[in-house]
Unconditional design. Structure first.
Length: 256
């Protein structure tokens, strides 16, 4: 029996062993397809099993080769999750993969470079990715390493689970939450670690010690940033279209 078949037998054995304890009487066809098709399988009803990590990320072919080489190097060096790093690049550039040679715009909030750093964040997270002695927020190497460093500090490390816009832990400030998810890291990158969702469902942050909601524009921006980012991350992780964003117990790969 070759390695692939051995792994398949092992996976099926584990599934049949644990299903009675999960109150599940049979394996769905979608899950069987996922096992044979070599991708992570999902189950919408498995809402309490969302802490399991996704599979490896594959950067899209339409991304410029310089990004395809640079982002994995930066993620590995800084200990960040590659999928989040790539997703943030896509989100911060109008939901498309930017030309590395473009002139980087400055946002209305004065964010700069391919990863749209504010000056204060760049001062602490910036990196000299190309070793030329300068930390330049508009340099693609410096910015990529800086973003990877920042994402890692937020908790976006390899093996992180996906989460969703509906995560209950959005009700707490980041520093109080042990469980980090892709959804939560995306929220923090866009709106800061001290932004959370109040009991009415609004995104709020503290101003002079008082929790105040973001304006309507920012409310929609945060929600779209998380939702669109999750979909982009799922696509790079090989999740089939239409599958729910909650993992069914554990991820499976029959490669290698």
């Amino acid at each position: 029996m070759d390695r692939t078949k051995s792994k398949l037998v092992l996976v099926l054995s584990i599934l049949f062993a644990i299903l009675p304890f999960m109150g599940v009487s049979s394996i769905s066809q979608r899950d069987l397809d996922a096992i044979y098709g070599n991708y992570i399988f999902y189950e919408p009803s498995a809402n309490e099993l969302c802490e399991i990590s996704l599979g490896s990320v594959s950067l899209p072919t339409e991304m410029d080769q310089r990004w395809r080489e640079l982002l994995p190097e930066a993620a590995e060096e800084e200990g960040a999750d590659l999928g989040i790093l790539a997703t943030v690049l896509w989100l911060e550039n109008g939901r498309h993969w930017p030309d590395p040679d473009m002139e980087w715009p400055v946002s209305r909030g004065d964010a700069k470079g391919p990863f749209q750093f504010l000056d204060g964040t760049w001062a602490s997270a910036g990196r000299d990715g190309d070793n030329d002695g300068v930390k330049d927020v508009n340099n693609i190497a410096d910015a990529s390493y800086g973003a990877a460093n920042f994402i890692q500090n937020l908790g976006g490390v390899e093996g992180i689970s996906l989460g969703s816009l509906d995560d209950s832990d959005f009700e707490e400030i980041d520093s109080k939450v042990e469980k980090k998810t892709v959804a939560r890291i995306l929220k923090s990158y866009n709106a800061g670690g001290a932004t959370w969702r109040d009991s009415s469902g609004l995104w709020v942050r503290k101003i002079d010690g008082v929790a105040k909601p973001w304006d309507d524009r920012k409310q929609g921006e945060i929600n779209a940033y998380i939702e669109d980012g999750i979909e982009a991350y799922k696509e790079m992780s090989g999740v089939p279209p239409g599958y729910d964003n909650c993992l069914y117990g554990f991820g499976v790969s029959l490669n290698g």
